[in-house]
Design a protein around this ligand. Structure first.
Ligand code: SF4
Ligand code: SF4
Length: 78
């Protein structure tokens, strides 16, 4: 998930314009913020941020997001 460093953000709007799912909220010359429920982790906003205010952080599973891993299927050779 993308995370914005509020101290480094200059409010240039680049990340907001780059995000295809409108997961970044902000206004010109104002601190921007990532809407965690919408961000799908594509990382495009990181590339356009000149002051390097955006970074990608891992999302730790919670009770509501954890799921059983899918089983590994091994195909038999003929
Ligand atoms: S691109 Fe970087 S500096 Fe510009 S608004 Fe987004 S987080 Fe802030
Ligand atoms: S990582 Fe992708 S989806 Fe998430 S805020 Fe950045 S551009 Fe939007």
């Amino acid at each position: 998930m993308a995370v914005i460093d509020e101290a480094a953000c200059i409010g240039c709007l680049r990340c907001m314009n780059e995000c295809s799912v409108a997961a970044i909220l902000g206004a010109a010359k104002q601190i921007h913020v990532v809407l965690t429920d919408l961000c799908h982790g594509c990382g495009k906003c990181v590339d356009v941020c000149k002051p390097n205010a955006v970074s990608m952080e891992p999302i730790l599973p919670t009770v509501s997001t954890w799921y059983w891993p899918k089983p590994v299927i091994q195909l038999k050779e003929a």
